[in-house]
Design a protein around this ligand. Structure first.
Ligand SMILES: C[S@@+](CC[C@H](N)C(=O)[O-])C[C@H]1O[C@@H](n2cnc3c(N)ncnc32)[C@H](O)[C@@H]1O
Length: 204
């Protein structure tokens, strides 16, 4: 689902950018470390703040980033126009059907998008498919607890069924071959779940 106008305002502002740079990046780094030189995918990149963090802070070698909403990709292209095409590829795409062969990426980042996908389990299977064995999945997700709150119900638009708790999200990752174990945490009264999982090497 693409965002309604209220959520676009909530996402595309300096406060969201500050939280991503100063809180979420630090939590991700603590749980998963940097991705220096990695080939990285970002799903649902929005206007590209996460993309910039992955390149500048996490030191990725190259980032491919997509969003379902062409408007968001236009914003991201404008914001990141100074970055060379060898390091950055921005495109319109769908996390339920990722345009990449199996085992393509060293890491995948998700800054709060999967809770927008009605059949979100499909996107988890896709992430597991495009990650290389041993590759890492960095996730920050909004739980059903948050989506049930008055503010979310009144002003924002999300799938009304098939929502997930943090525990269900992590269980789905494990089921799809991304091992998280205890490497996740809750934030903001359990409204958010953040963690890093590693794709199992099926041969080991
Ligand atoms: C809550 S916003 C987060 C944007 C950005 N990651 C951030 O943290 O600012 C969710 C984003 O996911 C995108 N999105 C929703 N469903 C998607 C899908 N199936 N595939 C790719 N992107 C999707 C929306 O268009 C939106 O930009």
């Amino acid at each position: 689902m693409i965002l309604n106008t209220a959520e676009k305002l909530l996402m595309n502002n300096p406060i969201r950018s500050f939280i991503q740079w100063n809180k979420e990046a630090a939590m991700f780094e603590e749980m998963g470390g940097k991705v220096s030189g990695h080939k990285v995918l970002e799903i649902g990149c929005g206007r590209g703040i996460g993309t910039e963090i992955i390149l500048d802070h996490f030191e990725a070698g190259e980032v491919h980033a997509f969003d379902l909403d062409p408007y968001m990709i236009e914003l991201a292209k404008k914001r990141l126009s100074g970055i060379s095409g060898e390091k950055l590829n921005l495109f319109v795409g769908d996390a339920e059907n990722i345009d990449a062969p199996n085992n393509t990426y060293d890491s995948v980042f998700d800054f709060g998008i999967v809770h927008h996908i009605p059949q979100w389990q499909n996107s988890i299977k896709e992430i597991a498919r495009v990650l290389k064995p041993g590759g890492k999945f960095y996730f920050e997700e909004v739980t059903q607890k948050a989506l049930n709150r008055w503010f979310y119900r009144t002003f924002l638009e999300h799938p009304t069924e098939n929502r997930f708790s943090g525990k269900q999200f992590v269980a789905e990752l494990e089921e799809s071959g991304i091992q998280v174990g205890g490497n996740f945490t809750y934030w903001l009264f359990d409204d958010l779940v953040l963690g890093v999982g590693t794709k199992r090497n099926l041969k080991s």
